[in-house]
Ligand binder design. Structure first.
Ligand code: H2P
Length: 833
C-alpha cells in the first residue's frame, strides 16, 4: 500500500551550538544575583518558584543580547521577512528549551546542583504558555523555532490572551474546565513594548466623499477605538545566534480612566470602557457557540491583524518612506488558517483609503503579500461570518469584501461564461437565508499561494475543497507537509535517547534530522536494541510515576504503553480506541486465558466545552477505566489511564514513554497530524489509518514498521456514496453489538443505567459519521498484530529503532525550507556575534 521514498534533506544553514557563553561559576553568580537584585530574596528564603524566576532572568540576559544583535542585523541588512499571523501559538514551557538552544542546559544543571537546587524541580515551576488548542497552535510554535534556528528573518504575530486554553480537571470521570492563568504573577520571558502601541478602530459608519479630482473617497468613522499593547517573547534559535520575536497583542482601553465619574461615586461605571476593551484579549476561544462569543472572536481576529499590519507598515516606512513599490519585496504574510483572513481587506483599506493607491495597484500588492495555509477539510471548521455582523463591527471592510468579490466574479465570468453555479460556489458571499462571508474563499482569492499540510490533504484541497480555484490558478495550490522541531520533541524531552543517539552518530542530528538514518544500520544490532529499549523502559517507569502522582493508579511498566494524545474530536476517533478496549475487556471476561500481552491504554485529550459528545466520550473513557482498573479478573493484563489536563509539558513526558502511537482518524479527515511524528521520532510504532501524514510516515518507515488498517480515502467516499448504515455492522457483528449494548447498562456507572448511552447512540441509526463501526474489525485485527509483534522482542526493538531512524523528513526545518522555496522566497541573515 505504501511506497518507500527518500527522506528529503532539510538543509539547515544554522551551525551547531557553540561553547556556552557562560561557565558554571558565572551562571551560578548570575542566578544568585537575580535572586537578590531582581526578586529581592536570598538563597535561604527562596522557594523553587523564586529559583525558577531567577534562573529564567539569568538566561534571559543572554537571550536579550541575541535579540538585540539579531534586530540590528535585520535592520542594517533591510531583510525581507516572513510575518506569521496566527490566532494560536502553543509554546509550552520556555526555560528548558531556551537553555538547550543556548547550549546551557548541562551548565545550568551543574550550577543549580551546586546551589543545592534540582533543575528538574525548577523546570516544573513554569506554567505552560497554552495559547492554542492543539496541532495548529503547536505547529506555529515549531515553525518559529525552526525559523530562528535557520536564521530566517521572521516575526510571529498573535494575541496576548490573559487566559490560554482552560485547565482540565476530571471530577467523577467528567471534564471540568477551570481558567488557565499562565501569567498571574508575571512571566519572566515577555517584554512589554509600550513604545509600539497601536490603535485599532471598531464599529461606526462609512462616509462617502468626493475628492478634488472627482475620485470617490471613503472615510470610516469608527464608533470605538482600542489600544493594542505589544508583548514580545524572544524565540531563540538552536545555537543561539538568531533570536526572533513572537509579538502578542494585548487589548486595552484607549480612553483614560474616567476620573470625574469615579469621583462622583461611579466606581464601577468609571471602568466599564476599560473592561470592554480588555475583554478582547481575555480568553482563547475553544469554541464559539454563542452569538456574543462569535462577535468577540471576530473582533479578536481583526484586533490582532490590524495591530500587526500597522506594526509591519511602521517598520517598512522607517526604511522606505511612502514608496510602496518595495513593500512586497520586504514583506510576506503567512495566514495560519482563515483566522487572520480579515487582514486581507484591512491591507486593502490601508492602501486604498489611507495611502490612496488605485484599487488595482493595491490589489496587486495585497495578492503578492499574503499566503494561506489550510488545516482542515471539515466544513464546520471553515469560517463564515454573517455579513450583518461584519457590517456592524467593520463596515468599511464589508464594502471592500464586496468590491473584491465583484471584481473576482467578473474574472469567473470570463473563465466560465454564464455558469451561475460556479459563481455561487466561488463567491466570497454565500447567499443563504442569512448572507455569509466565506473566509476560506477570501483567503484563496487574496493570496498568491495556498498550501495544505500533508500530501493527501493538499491533494484533497485541490480535488474536493477548491477544484475550481485550482483550474483558475493552477500554480496557486501547493503542499507543505507539516513538521516538528526535533530540539523540543527529542533532544529536550528525551535526554536519554538523545545521549544514546549522540554516542552512535554524533550530535549534529538536531540540525540535520536526516542523519538519523545512520541509526538504521544498528536496527538489528542486539546491543543497540538493548540500549534503545532500556531507554524506552526507563521512560516508561518515569511516566508510570507521573501517572501515579496524577491519578493514583499504579501501572504495569512491562505492559505495552499504548498512547492516544490529541484534541478530543469524533473524527480523531478516541471512541474507536474505547470500543476496542471494551472488546478486549469482554474477551478477557469470557475467556480468562485470552492470550494477550499486558497493555496500558493511555489517553490525554481536552474537549471543547460546548462539544457535548466529546465530553461524553471523555466521561465514558474514565468510567470504563475505573471499572477495568478495579477488576482483578483483568487488571493484570488491561489498564486504562486518562491523564488530566493534557498540554505541551505533559506531552513531553508521555511521548518518550510510548510503545504504540494511536493515529486512527477516519481517512480523509486528519489534515496531517503532528503528534504522529513526535511519537514515531521517539520510537513508538504507529497504529494508523492511511490519513494525513500517516501516509508519508508509512512511506518513510516502510510497511514492516507500521500497522496500517481501515478504509482508504477512496473507500470511505465509496461507502458514503453507497449509503453507510452503521446498524448493519451492529446487527451482523456480535462483538460490536455486545459492546455497544454494554454501554447502555449500568455496568460502568452503577445505579445509573444509560449514563454512557449517548456514545452508543451516536454510533447507530444514521449516526457514526466517522465510520467507527466500519473500521472496527480492521482496527481490532491490526491490534492483534501489534500484540504479536511486541511479544517478539527483537522484532519490536527493530521496529522502534526504525521509526526513530526514518523520521528525518518530519523536522519542521524541512517544512520551513519548503515554505521558503515554494512560498516565502526568503534568505537567511547571518547574525554577527
Ligand atoms: C489541525 C489539524 C491537524 C494538523 C494541524 C496542523 C487543525 O490541528 O487537524 O491535522 O496537523 O492542524 O496543521 P488539530 O486538529 O491538532 O487542532
Amino acid at each position: 500500500k505504501t511506497k518507500k521514498s527518500k527522506a528529503s534533506q532539510a538543509a539547515s544553514t544554522a551551525a551547531a551550538p557553540e561553547t556556552p557563553k557562560l561557565d558554571k561559576g558565572e551562571l551560578k553568580a548570575a542566578i544568585v544575583r537575580h535572586l537578590h537584585c531582581t526578586l529581592g530574596t536570598d538563597e535561604n528564603k527562596a522557594n523553587n518558584h523564586a529559583w525558577w524566576k531567577a534562573t529564567c532572568a539569568a538566561i534571559q540576559e543572554l537571550v536579550l543580547e541575541g535579540l538585540r544583535k539579531t534586530q540590528k542585523s535585520h535592520y542594517f541588512n533591510d531583510t525581507r521577512a516572513v510575518h506569521y499571523f496566527s490566532a494560536e501559538f502553543l509554546m509550552g514551557r520556555l526555560l528548558s528549551n531556551n537553555m538547550h538552544n543556548l547550549n546551557l542546559f548541562e551548565t545550568a544543571n551543574d550550577a543549580l546542583t551546586e546551589l543545592g537546587i534540582s533543575l528538574t524541580d525548577v523546570l516544573e515551576e513554569e506554567p505552560d504558555m497554552a495559547l492554542g488548542n492543539g496541532g495548529l497552535g503547536r505547529l506555529a510554535a515549531c515553525f518559529i523555532d525552526s525559523l530562528a534556528t535557520m536564521e530566517m528573518p521572521a516575526i510571529g504575530y498573535g494575541i496576548h490572551y490573559e487566559h490560554g486554553l482552560f485547565r482540565q480537571e476530571i471530577k467523577n470521570g467528567a471534564q471540568i474546565e477551570r481558567p488557565d492563568s499562565w501569567r498571574d504573577y508575571g512571566n519572566p520571558w515577555e517584554i512589554c513594548r509600550p513604545e509600539s502601541i497601536q490603535e485599532v478602530s471598531l464599529y461606526g459608519y462609512v462616509e462617502t466623499k468626493y475628492g478634488d479630482n472627482g475620485r470617490i473617497q471613503k472615510e470610516w468613522h469608527p464608533g470605538s477605538i482600542v489600544k493594542g499593547v505589544p508583548w514580545d517573547i524572544p524565540v531563540v534559535g538552536y545555537g543561539g545566534k538568531t533570536v526572533n520575536v513572537l509579538r502578542l497583542w494585548q487589548s486595552q482601553s484607549s480612553g483614560y480612566f474616567n476620573w470625574d465619574v469615579f469621583n462622583a461615586g461611579g466606581y464601577v461605571d468609571a471602568q466599564v470602557e476599560n473592561v470592554q476593551a480588555e475583554t478582547i484579549s481575555k480568553v482563547l476561544y475553544p469554541n464559539d457557540e454563542t452569538e456574543a462569543g462569535k462577535e468577540l472572536r471576530l473582533i479578536q481576529q481583526y484586533f490582532f491583524c490590524a495591530c500587526s499590519l500597522k506594526d509591519i507598515i511602521r517598520r517598512y516606512k522607517r526604511a522606505h518612506g511612502d514608496d510602496w513599490s518595495r513593500f512586497t519585496d520586504q514583506v510576506v504574510i503567512q495566514l495560519n488558517d482563515t483566522h487572520p483572513a480579515i487582514a486581507i481587506p484591512e491591507l486593502m483599506r490601508i492602501l486604498v483609503d489611507r495611502a490612496e493607491l488605485d484599487w488595482d495597484k493595491a490589489w496587486q500588492i495585497c495578492t503578492k503579500t499574503f499566503a494561506y495555509t489550510n488545516h482542515t477539510l471539515l466544513p464546520e471548521a471553515l469560517e463564515k461570518w454573517p455579513a450583518r455582523m461584519l457590517e456592524k463591527i467593520l463596515p468599511r471592510h464589508l464594502e471592500i469584501i464586496y468590491e473584491i468579490n465583484h471584481r473576482f466574479m467578473a474574472e469567473v465570468e470570463k473563465k466560465w461564461p454564464g455558469d451561475n453555479a460556479i459563481k455561487s460556489k466561488l463567491s466570497i458571499i454565500e447567499e443563504s437565508s442569512e448572507k455569509m462571508v466565506r473566509m476560506g474563499n477570501l483567503s484563496v482569492i487574496g493570496s498568491f499561494r495556498v498550501n495544505g499540510v500533508a500530501e493527501i490533504h493538499s491533494m484533497l484541497v485541490k480535488k474536493n475543497l477548491f477544484p475550481e480555484f485550482d483550474q483558475l490558478w493552477p500554480e496557486k495550490l501547493t503542499n507543505v507537509t507539516n513538521g516538528i522541531t526535533p530540539r523540543r520533541w527529542l533532544k529536550a524531552c528525551n535526554p536519554a535517547l538523545s545521549a544514546l543517539i549522540d554516542k552512535k552518530i554524533g550530535d549534529q542530528w538536531p540540525l540535520n534530522l536526516s542523519q538519523l538514518t545512520e541509526l538504521a544500520v544498528y536496527a538489528d544490532n542486539k546491543t543497540f536494541q538493548k540500549q534503545f529499549m532500556k531507554v524506552k523502559q526507563d521512560n516508561k517507569v518515569a511516566l508510570a510515576q507521573t501517572i501515579k502522582e496524577l491519578t493514583g493508579l499504579t501501572v504495569n511498566t512491562d505492559a505495552i504503553f499504548d498512547i492516544q494524545i490529541k484534541r478530543l474530536h469524533e473524527y480523531k476517533r478516541q471512541h474507536l480506541n474505547l470500543l476496542h478496549i471494551l472488546a478486549l475487556y469482554r474477551r478477557l471476561l469470557e475467556n480468562p486465558s485470552y492470550d494477550m500481552h499486558p497493555r496500558v491504554f493511555i489517553f490525554g485529550a481536552k474537549a471543547a466545552p460546548g462539544y457535548t459528545l466529546a465530553k461524553d466520550i471523555i466521561f465514558a473513557i474514565n468510567k470504563v477505566a475505573e471499572k477495568i482498573n478495579n477488576d482483578p479478573r483483568v487488571n493484570t493484563k488491561l489498564q486504562v489511564v486518562f491523564l488530566p489536563n493534557y498540554r505541551v509539558s505533559l506531552a513531553e513526558k508521555m511521548i518518550p514513554a510510548a510503545d504504540v502511537s494511536e493515529q486512527i482518524s477516519t481517512a480523509g479527515k486528519e489534515a496531517s497530524g503532528t503528534g504522529n511524528m513526535k511519537l514515531a521520532l521517539n520510537g513508538a510504532v504507529t497504529v494508523g489509518t492511511l490519513d494525513g501524514a500517516n501516509i508519508e510516515i508509512a512511506e518513510e518507515v516502510g510497511d514492516d514498521n507500521i500497522f496500517i488498517f481501515g478504509l482508504t480515502v477512496d473507500e470511505v467516499a465509496e461507502l458514503k456514496r453507497k449509503g453507510y448504515s452503521p446498524d448493519d455492522y451492529y446487527y451482523k457483528n456480535a462483538e460490536i453489538k455486545a459492546i455497544l449494548d454494554w454501554l447502555e447498562t449500568d455496568y460502568f456507572t452503577p445505579g445509573k443505567p444509560g449514563a454512557l448511552a449517548s456514545v452508543k447512540h451516536s454510533l447507530l441509526s444514521g449516526g457514526d459519521p466517522y465510520l467507527c463501526l466500519a473500521d472496527f474489525d480492521s482496527y481490532s485485527a491490526a491490534q492483534e498484530q501489534v500484540d504479536a509483534a511486541y511479544r517478539d522482542k527483537t522484532r519490536w526493538a527493530k521496529m522502534a529503532i526504525m521509526n526513530t531512524a526514518m523520521m528525518g523528513k518530519f523536522t519542521s526545518d524541512r517544512s520551513i525550507k519548503d515554505y521558503v522555496d515554494r512560498v516565502w522566497n526568503l534568505t537567511a541573515c547571518i547574525v554577527e556575534n
